[in-house]
Design a protein around this ligand. Structure first.
Ligand code: SME
Length: 160
Protein backbone atom coordinates (compact mmCIF):
# COMPACT_ATOMS: atom_id res chain seq x y z
CA UNK A 1 0.00 0.00 0.00
CA UNK A 2 2.70 2.47 0.98
CA UNK A 3 4.88 1.85 -2.04
CA UNK A 4 5.24 4.81 -4.38
CA UNK A 5 4.02 7.07 -1.59
CA UNK A 6 6.93 9.44 -1.97
CA UNK A 7 6.63 11.16 -5.31
CA UNK A 8 9.49 13.52 -5.94
CA UNK A 9 9.79 13.34 -9.70
CA UNK A 10 7.66 14.91 -12.39
CA UNK A 11 5.71 18.10 -12.95
CA UNK A 12 2.58 19.13 -11.10
CA UNK A 13 0.17 17.37 -13.46
CA UNK A 14 2.14 14.12 -13.26
CA UNK A 15 2.32 14.34 -9.50
CA UNK A 16 -1.43 14.88 -9.20
CA UNK A 17 -2.18 12.05 -11.64
CA UNK A 18 -0.11 9.62 -9.57
CA UNK A 19 -1.53 10.98 -6.33
CA UNK A 20 -5.11 10.42 -7.53
CA UNK A 21 -4.29 6.83 -8.49
CA UNK A 22 -2.81 6.19 -5.08
CA UNK A 23 -5.80 7.74 -3.35
CA UNK A 24 -8.17 5.54 -5.37
CA UNK A 25 -6.16 2.52 -4.25
CA UNK A 26 -6.32 3.50 -0.60
CA UNK A 27 -10.05 4.23 -0.70
CA UNK A 28 -11.03 0.96 -2.33
CA UNK A 29 -9.52 -1.02 0.56
CA UNK A 30 -10.80 1.11 3.44
CA UNK A 31 -14.26 2.38 4.20
CA UNK A 32 -13.45 4.47 7.29
CA UNK A 33 -13.37 8.08 6.15
CA UNK A 34 -11.21 9.36 9.03
CA UNK A 35 -8.55 6.80 8.13
CA UNK A 36 -8.83 7.80 4.48
CA UNK A 37 -8.65 11.53 5.23
CA UNK A 38 -5.57 10.93 7.40
CA UNK A 39 -3.78 9.06 4.63
CA UNK A 40 -4.83 11.54 1.97
CA UNK A 41 -3.54 14.50 4.01
CA UNK A 42 -0.25 12.63 4.43
CA UNK A 43 -0.03 11.78 0.73
CA UNK A 44 -0.69 15.35 -0.40
CA UNK A 45 1.97 16.61 2.01
CA UNK A 46 4.46 13.97 0.91
CA UNK A 47 3.87 14.91 -2.70
CA UNK A 48 3.88 18.70 -2.55
CA UNK A 49 5.23 19.74 0.86
CA UNK A 50 2.58 22.40 1.44
CA UNK A 51 2.50 24.30 4.73
CA UNK A 52 -0.72 22.69 5.96
CA UNK A 53 -3.07 20.12 4.46
CA UNK A 54 -6.15 18.86 6.21
CA UNK A 55 -9.85 18.30 6.48
CA UNK A 56 -12.67 19.95 8.36
CA UNK A 57 -15.86 17.90 8.73
CA UNK A 58 -19.32 19.39 8.82
CA UNK A 59 -20.77 18.63 12.25
CA UNK A 60 -24.00 20.47 12.96
CA UNK A 61 -23.54 24.17 12.26
CA UNK A 62 -19.75 24.10 12.32
CA UNK A 63 -16.72 22.73 10.57
CA UNK A 64 -14.72 20.63 13.01
CA UNK A 65 -11.03 19.91 12.52
CA UNK A 66 -10.30 16.46 11.10
CA UNK A 67 -7.11 14.68 10.07
CA UNK A 68 -4.34 17.03 8.99
CA UNK A 69 -0.62 17.42 8.41
CA UNK A 70 1.15 20.55 9.58
CA UNK A 71 1.09 22.91 12.53
CA UNK A 72 -1.68 23.32 15.11
CA UNK A 73 -4.93 24.63 13.59
CA UNK A 74 -8.18 26.09 14.85
CA UNK A 75 -10.63 23.39 15.89
CA UNK A 76 -13.95 24.90 14.80
CA UNK A 77 -15.05 27.22 12.00
CA UNK A 78 -18.57 28.63 11.68
CA UNK A 79 -20.79 28.47 8.60
CA UNK A 80 -19.73 31.18 6.16
CA UNK A 81 -16.67 32.10 8.25
CA UNK A 82 -13.16 32.29 6.84
CA UNK A 83 -12.14 30.63 3.60
CA UNK A 84 -13.32 27.20 4.77
CA UNK A 85 -16.74 28.41 5.90
CA UNK A 86 -17.12 30.33 2.64
CA UNK A 87 -16.39 27.25 0.51
CA UNK A 88 -18.96 25.34 2.60
CA UNK A 89 -21.60 28.07 2.28
CA UNK A 90 -21.07 28.69 -1.45
CA UNK A 91 -20.62 24.98 -2.20
CA UNK A 92 -17.65 25.71 -4.40
CA UNK A 93 -13.89 25.72 -4.35
CA UNK A 94 -12.26 28.92 -3.13
CA UNK A 95 -8.75 29.88 -4.23
CA UNK A 96 -7.10 32.71 -2.30
CA UNK A 97 -3.92 34.11 -3.81
CA UNK A 98 -3.18 36.36 -0.83
CA UNK A 99 -4.95 35.52 2.42
CA UNK A 100 -4.34 39.03 3.80
CA UNK A 101 -6.76 40.32 1.16
CA UNK A 102 -9.54 37.81 1.93
CA UNK A 103 -12.13 39.45 4.20
CA UNK A 104 -12.61 37.31 7.31
CA UNK A 105 -9.70 34.97 6.63
CA UNK A 106 -8.99 32.92 9.76
CA UNK A 107 -5.25 32.95 10.38
CA UNK A 108 -4.37 29.69 12.11
CA UNK A 109 -0.75 30.49 11.31
CA UNK A 110 0.86 33.76 10.27
CA UNK A 111 3.06 31.78 7.88
CA UNK A 112 0.13 30.93 5.64
CA UNK A 113 0.04 33.22 2.58
CA UNK A 114 -2.27 31.52 0.07
CA UNK A 115 -4.93 28.87 0.34
CA UNK A 116 -7.33 26.59 -1.50
CA UNK A 117 -10.45 25.05 0.03
CA UNK A 118 -12.39 22.35 -1.80
CA UNK A 119 -15.81 21.17 -0.64
CA UNK A 120 -16.58 17.46 -0.41
CA UNK A 121 -20.19 16.62 -1.25
CA UNK A 122 -22.41 13.87 0.09
CA UNK A 123 -22.77 10.97 -2.32
CA UNK A 124 -26.40 10.51 -1.30
CA UNK A 125 -27.41 14.16 -1.27
CA UNK A 126 -25.35 16.24 -3.70
CA UNK A 127 -26.77 19.38 -2.08
CA UNK A 128 -24.96 18.61 1.17
CA UNK A 129 -21.34 19.30 1.99
CA UNK A 130 -19.87 16.73 4.36
CA UNK A 131 -16.36 18.15 4.71
CA UNK A 132 -13.82 20.48 3.15
CA UNK A 133 -10.23 19.87 2.11
CA UNK A 134 -8.10 22.87 3.09
CA UNK A 135 -4.54 23.45 1.87
CA UNK A 136 -2.34 26.37 2.95
CA UNK A 137 0.90 27.52 1.41
CA UNK A 138 3.57 29.76 2.91
CA UNK A 139 4.00 31.31 -0.55
CA UNK A 140 1.66 33.72 -2.33
CA UNK A 141 -0.45 32.56 -5.31
CA UNK A 142 0.42 28.88 -4.97
CA UNK A 143 -2.89 27.48 -6.24
CA UNK A 144 -4.43 27.80 -9.68
CA UNK A 145 -7.13 26.26 -11.85
CA UNK A 146 -5.15 23.05 -12.28
CA UNK A 147 -4.93 22.51 -8.48
CA UNK A 148 -8.69 23.13 -8.34
CA UNK A 149 -9.39 20.51 -11.03
CA UNK A 150 -7.19 17.86 -9.43
CA UNK A 151 -8.24 18.51 -5.85
CA UNK A 152 -11.90 18.40 -6.88
CA UNK A 153 -11.15 14.94 -8.30
CA UNK A 154 -9.75 14.00 -4.88
CA UNK A 155 -12.89 15.40 -3.23
CA UNK A 156 -15.12 13.35 -5.54
CA UNK A 157 -13.24 10.16 -4.67
CA UNK A 158 -13.88 10.92 -1.01
CA UNK A 159 -17.64 11.47 -1.31
CA UNK A 160 -19.62 9.25 1.03
N1 SME B 1 -7.52 29.79 6.97
C1 SME B 1 -8.69 28.98 7.16
C2 SME B 1 -8.74 28.40 8.53
C3 SME B 1 -8.16 27.03 8.63
S1 SME B 1 -6.49 27.02 8.68
O1 SME B 1 -5.95 27.65 7.51
C4 SME B 1 -5.88 25.50 8.84
C5 SME B 1 -9.94 29.83 6.91
O2 SME B 1 -9.85 31.05 6.74
O3 SME B 1 -11.02 29.25 6.86
Amino acid sequence: MAENLRISEGNKEEKYALLVKQIENIIKDEEDMIANMANIAAMIQETFGFWWTGFYRVIGKELVLGPFQGPLACSRIGYGKGVCGTAWKNKETVIVEDVSLFPGHIACSSASKSEIVVPIFSKHNPDNIIAVLDIDSELLSTFDESDKIWLEKVARILEY
